[in-house]
Design a protein around this ligand. Structure first.
Ligand code: APR
Ligand code: PHB
Length: 405
């Protein structure tokens, strides 16, 4: 087995949305990066994930030059609905807060990023095995991996850990050097993708006595729907017919009447989790996206947080190379975490508001009251809308403006 050594400025571990977008943003500011991904490109593109983009996310994708198809095919949504006791209540995002969200599958965004990277000739290695980090505490980190039976070593200035929740980067850090915060929820989401035109105009998040359900979409011809399920349930036990029966019961009569039980093209169960690691910088290693934090999908924040993390990271690296100072790198953790924790709070709040929890009568009354307060109060709706469309990416500029005003 031969061994080959190369050099780059940044090694990015993981070719999910965080890693691929970071690669594009760095390329724009003239920083070289190599992406190492353990899976094949087709496997990465086969994963079905969320699909609601905040306005700030769309702006970052525009900035990275990968928003042409998103603008052509993405669906602009000016509101979302909350279902409760068979009625639907609209949260008028644009009217309340002057912003909208864009429905565009994470898979499509990943495809656009992969195509941009291929077109630029930048270096990505798929099916990289045994990715291992070395010397990230010092100034000359290295990453080794195996590809097609050959061992490779890349020396670099920085390592970006964009390798998701189960990746190698966070696992490389000794436990006593970080603090983790976690909440596991006592249920999961069973999701189905089907090729039928969505019979709803906007997303519907439904709280029902049988458990939560979500009516979403990917395009004018494709729906994505979920029902809350037990953690011990198996996909094989959920026929398409059983899924749609349950979904219709939870959505209420009007939506049930309009919903055609279409064959699924994908069906999977995902557990719900809140998780944050602190800090996000360890010497020359930085964590971003799902490697650093997980939110339950209820607030549609996971992908948007990955985008803001890598936006901040590319700025920090850009400023480091321009100014040869560590200070921009030092601020990475606090810049990200301010936004991360707000999204964690919102995702936890929406999860608690909408799901059926094993709990006492008092908790159920509080949940019901919180929903009623939301439906009755324009202030509560504005607060939800402000968080759902996404808090500003640039708190510092935002706060500076507020200060001057
Ligand atoms: N070596 C190389 N690559 C790895 C390794 C490893 N040891 N471990 C994991 N990876 C790869 C995974 O195969 C995956 O392609 O890292 C990538 C991480 O991608 P994601 O899990 O998609 O995480 P991220 O890019 O942070 O995306 C943010 O937003 O909607 C949410 O959770 C959703 O994935 C989404 C996330
Ligand atoms: C989805 O379409 O997959 C989706 C939409 C909104 C969410 C979560 C998932 O909050």
């Amino acid at each position: 087995m031969t061994s080959r050594t190369t050099r780059t400025q940044v090694v990015i571990v993981g070719a999910g949305p965080a890693g691929l977008l970071l690669g594009e943003l760095l390329r724009k500011v003239g920083i070289d990066a190599v992406i190492l991904e353990q899976r094949s490109a087709d496997y990465v593109l086969g994963r079905i994930r969320a699909g609601v983009l905040e306005q700030g996310t769309v702006q970052v994708l525009e900035h990275a030059g990968v928003a042409a198809r998103l603008h052509a095919e993405g669906l602009t949504h000016e509101g979302v609905e909350i279902g409760f006791h068979g009625h639907r209540h609209r949260i008028a995002l644009r009217e309340l807060i002057g912003k909208t969200v864009t429905v565009y599958g994470q898979t499509e965004m990943t495809r656009d990023l992969m195509e941009a990277r291929n077109a630029s000739g930048a270096h990505s290695i798929y099916e990289a095995e045994d990715v291992t980090l070395h010397d990230w505490r010092g100034t000359t980190p290295r990453v080794t991996y195996r590809h097609l039976g050959v061992t490779h070593e890349i020396s670099c200035d920085f390592i970006a850990g964009c390798d998701g929740f189960h990746g190698v980067c966070r696992r490389s850090i000794p436990a006593d050097q970080m603090q983790t915060f976690e909440r596991i929820y006592p249920f999961g989401w069973l999701g189905v993708l089907s090729d039928v035109p969505p019979p709803w105009k906007e997303l519907i998040y439904a709280n029902s006595a049988r458990g939560f359900a979500l009516a979403s979409m990917r395009s004018p011809t494709r729906v994505r729907c979920y029902v809350q399920c037990g953690l011990d349930e198996r996909v094989e036990d959920w026929s398409d017919a059983r899924f749609w029966d349950e979904f219709r019961l939870r959505m209420g009569e009007e939506i049930a009447d309009r919903t055609m039980p279409a064959p699924s093209i994908e069906k999977s169960i995902a557990p719900l989790r809140s998780f944050v690691v602190e800090p996000l910088r360890f010497g020359r290693l930085f964590l971003a996206g799902d490697a650093a934090h997980i939110v339950p999908p209820t607030g549609a924040k996971g992908l948007n947080l990955a985008v803001s993390d890598v936006f901040y990271l590319h700025e920090a690296l850009r400023d480091y190379y321009r100014e040869q100072r560590d200070e921009p790198l030092d601020r990475y953790t606090s810049r990200c975490l301010r936004r991360v924790w707000k999204a964690e709070r919102f995702s936890w709040w929406m999860t608690r508001l909408l799901h059926l929890f094993p709990g006492d009568a008092f908790s159920r009354r509080i949940q019901q009251t919180e929903l009623e307060y939301l439906f009755d109060s324009r202030f509560a709706q504005s607060s939800m809308a402000e968080n759902y469309v996404g808090l500003p990416l640039d708190y510092e500029a935002h706060e500076a403006r507020a200060h001057v005003a």
